[in-house]
Design a protein around this ligand. Structure first.
Ligand SMILES: [Fe+2]
Ligand SMILES: [Fe+2]
Length: 251
């Protein structure tokens, strides 16, 4: 079943995850770091969704509601405040968000990103549960180069900036999905099941980002998509000193 989900993703990405990365990721001693990095990635994915809504479509009160929603998760990652129990009931958006402008994509961006944030925060909590069950204690780790390097190529004027950010979002989600699927068979049953369970939402996130990029542009963006695809593939295929969930070939 999940092969069907992966087919468009494999076509979209310009390269597959190298076996050398898998060899490193399946080592039991790397599992705690991989889980921690995965949890941080889920928060970053939620933050990206929040940033897009706040910058482009939400009015100020709605932006503040979003900030409140993510606050407990950010406090956990950046200040080590809270735990599994205190985060248990936090993933709720109590009020309706209101769009500040009437761009044709506004409502769609809002709806897709709200759902994405909800799912990423749920994934965050699931990773935290797995860590707790395995006695993995959270500690902060420096970010890898992947997203930072990709975002450096984003054009800094609108509307191209938004289009580029959405394309980058599509690649990050697609790569996560491809890695979960490729790594899953080498992990224990629990983690295998968990990673496969993530594929459906992550593959939708990639599709949503791409659809939004096309919608915002209103013209053929395939050349721009290819441009970022090549940058992304380079980051995956080139040697990387840091080992992370989205890192390149381990040295
Ligand atoms: Fe996720
Ligand atoms: Fe995602």
């Amino acid at each position: 079943m999940y092969r069907q989900l992966l087919e468009p993703i494999s076509q979209f990405l310009c390269c597959a995850t190298p076996d050398k990365w898998i060899d490193e990721a399946r080592k039991p001693e790397n599992l705690p770091m991989l889980l921690i990095d995965h949890m941080i990635c889920e928060l970053k994915a939620a933050q990206t969704g929040m940033w897009l809504i706040r910058k482009y479509v939400a009015d100020k009160p709605s932006g503040n509601i979003l900030l409140e929603w993510l606050k407990p998760y950010e406090a956990f990652i950046y200040c080590r405040e809270g735990d599994l129990a205190s985060l248990a009931q936090k993933n709720t958006l109590s009020k309706t968000l209101i769009a500040k402008n009437s761009a044709p994509y506004s409502q769609d961006l809002m709806d897709k990103m709200v759902l994405l944030i909800k799912e990423e925060l749920h994934h965050f909590y699931q990773v935290l549960e797995i860590m707790a069950a395995r006695g993995v204690v959270y500690e902060s780790i420096p970010a890898g180069r992947y997203a930072k390097e990709m975002v450096k190529h984003v054009i800094t004027h609108e509307p191209k900036m938004l289009i580029d950010r959405l394309i980058c979002g599509a690649y990050i989600e697609a790569r996560s999905c491809e890695r979960f699927a490729k790594l899953a068979p080498f992990l224990d049953d629990d983690l295998h099941r968990f990673y496969i369970s993530l594929l459906r939402s992550e593959s939708r996130h990639y599709q949503d980002y791409l659809t939004l990029a096309e919608q915002v542009a209103g013209y053929d963006i395939s050349a721009r998509v290819k441009y970022f695809g090549e940058i992304e593939a380079e980051l995956i295929l080139q040697p990387d000193e840091q080992f992370r969930f989205h890192s390149g070939v381990p040295i």
